[in-house]
Ligand binder design. Structure first.
Ligand SMILES: [Zn+2]
Length: 382
């Protein structure tokens, strides 16, 4: 068994330990020591980083009470190593982790919610078995930060089994022996083996971010401590830039963006109508044709524009009216005739001009693979 120094002191970052075994592992060497301050991956939290005997600690895993460090080099069995934990990462996690206890404890007390999932990555994700809304989470956030401001001690105890039986605490596993209870008086009591801050004031800030319905309950994203500050800084810069760009006060940015999107949608609609009218107006200059007619609009004209032109022109055309526009390697077309059902002649036209498409009600649309020259020549003889 490795002595878990982090259990007694979450702030211990430098230690000495003797090497008990070294085996080759995936991407390095698995080193077991008689003691460690490195917290292994577990319970939704990643392993600590740092150095051990001058080697980089790439990963830390617990196997049947033994803590195995994955190092990028091999020390000698029996040798004493100096270990140093990357405390900035560890402390950020301690802030987030303890913040999650507070939020889960309050969710439990206010709404009877059970925590059914936890992940501490760049962001804290927690799942509860209860459906909550924004107003409920605002209340939780207020109380959670109140608990931070009160700077309540975070106490670690190992109650005897009989004492444990009479206690109320949150737990994921049904253990009775050697259970590590983390108590934040008046806020939460929870069985947990991870490192926590000593007093809630060290968390600084707890911010609930997003939430969504998840498996009959709710998934909640939150930040705490230094990460909450970074999150605020980034969001502040964003919202300040949006406010400045739109010449509105920051708290009116969302509304201003909505107005901008509405105005943009209106402009798009008007532009589209304008293009349709312009396409139809092209028909006026075409005069009358006894045979068929192929009219080319500018590149990437929409099917709606081609249709507008085709319908405006077809009464003055004796044969087939085709409106076309280059689109990539082929031509989009819309075809119609005022005098016969175009559908009946379509397969013939497709065969001649490498076409595909279809339609009904006397109007067809699709693509032609032939060149402009081939298309013009075909329709002049049709
Ligand atoms: Zn914990």
């Amino acid at each position: 068994m490795t002595e878990k120094l982090y259990n007694e002191n979450a702030y211990l970052t430098a230690f000495e330990a003797r090497v008990l075994s070294v085996t080759e592992g995936k991407g390095g060497y698995l080193v077991e020591t008689d003691a460690t301050a490195f917290f292994p991956e577990g319970g939704g939290q990643g392993a600590d980083h740092g150095t051990l005997g001058g080697f980089s600690v790439l990963d830390v895993q617990e196997r049947e009470g033994k803590i195995l460090h994955l190092l990028d080099g091999a020390p000698t069995v029996g040798e004493t190593l100096h270990g140093e934990v990357d405390f900035s990462l560890r402390f950020e996690r301690m802030q987030c982790h303890t913040g999650e206890h507070i939020v889960s404890g309050i969710l439990h007390r206010l709404y009877g919610a059970e925590n059914v999932g936890f992940h501490l990555g760049d962001i804290v994700t927690l799942d509860i078995d209860t459906v909550v809304d924004r107003a409920m989470l605002d209340r939780v956030e207020d109380l959670a930060n109140e608990a931070v401001f009160k700077n309540i001690p975070v106490e670690i105890t190992y109650p005897a089994p009989e004492e444990l039986a009479s206690m109320t605490y949150r737990a994921k596993l049904d253990l009775t022996e050697n259970v590590r209870i983390v108590t934040i008086e008046g806020v939460d009591a929870c069985a947990c083996c991870a490192p926590h801050v000593a007093r809630t004031g060290e968390i600084g800030l707890i911010k609930i971010l997003e939430f969504e319905k998840h498996r009959g309950g709710t998934r909640i994203w939150m930040q705490a401590g230094a990460r909450a500050l970074l999150d605020y800084r980034e969001k502040y810069r964003n919202i300040a830039a949006i406010g400045a760009a739109l010449s509105v006060k920051q708290h009116e940015s969302a509304e201003a963006v909505e107005r901008l999107l509405d105005a943009n949608a209106q402009l798009e609609y008007e532009f589209k109508q304008h293009r349709l009218r312009a396409a139809a107006a092209r028909a006026d200059g075409l005069g009358t044709t006894e045979g068929s007619l192929a009219v080319f609009l500018e590149e990437d004209a929409s099917y709606d524009e081609l249709r507008a032109l085709c319908l405006a022109a077809r009464d003055r055309v004796g044969g087939v009216t085709a409106a076309l526009s280059k689109n990539g390697a082929s031509y989009r077309y819309v075809m119609s005739s005022a005098h016969f059902a175009i559908e009946e002649r379509l397969s013939l036209i497709h065969r001649a001009l490498m076409g595909r498409g279809g339609g009904r009600g006397g109007i067809v649309q699709g693509t032609l693979g032939a060149s402009e020259e081939e298309i013009r020549s075909y329709f002049s003889k049709l």
